[in-house]
Design a protein around this ligand. Structure first.
Ligand code: ADP
Ligand code: ZN
Ligand code: MG
Length: 524
């Protein structure tokens, strides 16, 4: 198979996502009062409604509807005032009602969009994106300084409910193949679920990944879901087809399942694009089918040919009246919208004079954004002056630490905003070299102590006093007359050697800037 970059030169990939989010932060299920609790003893949170017993009547959860309206407002959707619930009929043991309650052609949220900032290496996947003028528009994108912005349409967000969970026993890895029997847990049945469907506006696996990340940030900011891809509270199906560059007609798509991490979403789509290109280039045909991405085998395999809407006999739910939202309700929800990541990044850039790129990285995670903001508060009058070094500390060191600690909480860590600011102040004032700064950073986290105490105990203060440094510089130059000769003869690369010697003399505590300046003066 050819590489993705090559394939995308000849073919345009067309991608649309279907993203399910469980509203895990709610207290109760979608149509009954059963408690929502992940990991509870199986079948302890069930009742006649979510078990589909005859005669049980559903009642919509108003808090869930508030959540979906929040999601719609945050993604620029129109909120439909009158909608209906539908039955999607299918027989499978994980859904005791034999149908899933969902929405019909008109969902609570319709016609939204999100703008994606694609930059760095991610921008390279879209052929020709980087060869344009800043501000130039093509297709659904506009060239920016660092990449491009793509406008991605959102078809709808509708309300539905999750099914129960099947556990297959006796087969390999919990698979149904080879299993001797299956168990079913209805605790999850009836969990409120919102499904967002995008227009086929995405063009590269990177864009798909960024869309998913951005949506996750928004949902987390709204507080409507814990968005755990590992635990399945955020799930994504990727639809993808190819067409020749320049063709306006959509090709036949396949749908990928099991993209339970950002990496899987990217890699599964990348593989599928290359596979489709190979089939088409060999004169073959793509069939509309559902495929499973197997990350360890690095390929997609057919699960089933696509069922059509007819197979589900979708019809209006007779047990639920049409749902009418009042203007007042929608406005009340709108008033609850928190500051969203894009707005927060813009505010950081504006208030603290940060580059757009840095601001965007800070808001990628709510915890790092909150931390940065707390640091700025601690910095008081110096906030603007310290913003850039604090941002660097958060984006580089703190993020690396969080990644290494998998799941650790920054807010509960020994690195308080006050300590972070104290550390940045020491480095900015030249009292610590940046290398020493990294050492103190690690020590704060390890020893749970203030930077000043660590610096004191380790005798780490950087020496910036020109008088003290001058003595060392003179001694180093006197000890290496041959090298001084060579330097003056044009071997200026020796400067690094002299700096190194001075540093060694000063046990790493000399201020490199002062050393460099003095050496330049004396050698020049
Ligand atoms: P289906 O009827 O197969 O469920 P939908 O029209 O409901 O298809 O679309 C499902 C998802 O697939 C949407 O995200 C949509 O943008 C995307 N999609 C539709 N047609 C194509 C296509 N030809 N290529 C890629 N994605 C597509
Ligand atoms: Zn119930
Ligand atoms: Mg569909």
């Amino acid at each position: 198979m050819r590489k993705l970059e090559e394939v995308l030169q000849d073919w345009e990939a067309v991608i649309g996502l279907e993203i399910h989010a469980e509203l895990t932060t709610l207290e109760t299920k979608m149509f009954c009062n059963c408690k929502l609790e992940f990991g509870a003893e199986p079948n302890t949170h069930t009742c006649p409604v979510c078990l589909g017993l005859p005669g049980a009547l559903p009642v919509p959860n108003k808090a869930a509807i508030e959540s979906i309206v929040l999601a719609g407002l945050a993604t620029n959707c129109d909120i439909e005032k009158r909608t209906m619930f539908y039955r999607k009929n299918y027989m499978y043991p994980d859904m005791a009602k034999n149908f899933q309650t969902t929405q019909g052609p008109v969902a609570f949220c319709m016609r939204g969009h999100l703008d994606l900032d694609v930059d760095g290496i991610a921008a390279k996947e879209r052929p020709g994106a980087l060869g344009r003028e800043v501000g130039e528009a093509w297709e659904n994108a506009v060239r920016t300084d660092e990449g491009y912005t793509a406008h991605v349409g959102i078809t709808r967000i509708h309300m539905e409910e999750d099914a129960g969970k099947m556990v297959h026993v006796g087969g390999g890895e919990g698979r149904i193949a080879g299993a001797t029997h299956s168990l079913v847990d209805y605790n999850r049945a009836g969990t409120p679920l919102i499904e967002l469907v995008t227009e086929p506006d995405l063009r590269t696996p990177e864009e798909a990944r960024l869309f998913m990340q951005k949506l996750r940030q928004i949902y987390l900011a709204l507080g409507i879901s814990d968005c755990s891809m590992e635990e399945g509270s955020l799930r994504c199906d990727g639809n993808v087809s190819l067409r020749r560059r320049g063709s306006g007609k959509l090709g036949v798509k396949t749908e990928l399942k099991n993209m339970n991490s950002f990496k899987n979403l990217h890699d599964g789509l990348a593989y599928e694009i290359c596979r489709q290109a190979e089939v088409l280039e060999e004169g073959g045909q793509i069939y509309q089918e559902t495929r499973h991405w197997d990350p360890s085998a690095k390929r997609t395999i057919v699960m089933r040919v696509k069922e059509t809407a007819d197979d589900y006999r979708l019809f209006p739910e007779p047990d639920l009246a049409p749902y009418d939202l009042t203007d007042e309700f929608v406005e009340r929800v709108r008033a609850k919208l928190p500051e969203l990541p894009d707005a927060r990044a813009a505010r950081f850039a504006q208030t603290f004079g940060l580059a757009a790129y840095d601001a965007r990285h800070l808001v990628e995670h709510r915890s790092t954004a909150d931390f940065f903001e707390a640091c700025m508060e601690c910095a008081g009058e110096d906030a603007a002056a310290l913003a850039k070094p604090v941002a660097n500390l958060v984006i580089n060191d703190v993020t690396a630490w969080l990644n290494a600690q998998k799941g650790a909480s920054l807010q509960a860590s020994p690195l308080t905003p006050a300590r972070a600011v104290a550390l940045v102040r020491l480095v900015s004032a030249g009292e610590l070299s940046s290398k020493q700064g990294k050492e103190v950073f690690a020590a704060v986290l390890e020893e749970d102590r203030d930077p000043a105490a660590i610096v004191e105990e380790r005798g780490m203060k950087q020496v910036s006093d020109a008088g003290a440094i001058e003595g060392v510089v003179d001694a180093v130059l006197a000890a290496n007359p041959d090298k001084v000769e060579q330097y003056r003869g044009g071997k200026t690369g020796l400067l690094g050697f002299f700096v190194g010697q001075c540093m060694k003399e000063m046990r790493g505590q000399g201020n490199p800037k002062v050393i460099n300046e003095l050496l330049a003066k004396k050698l020049g």
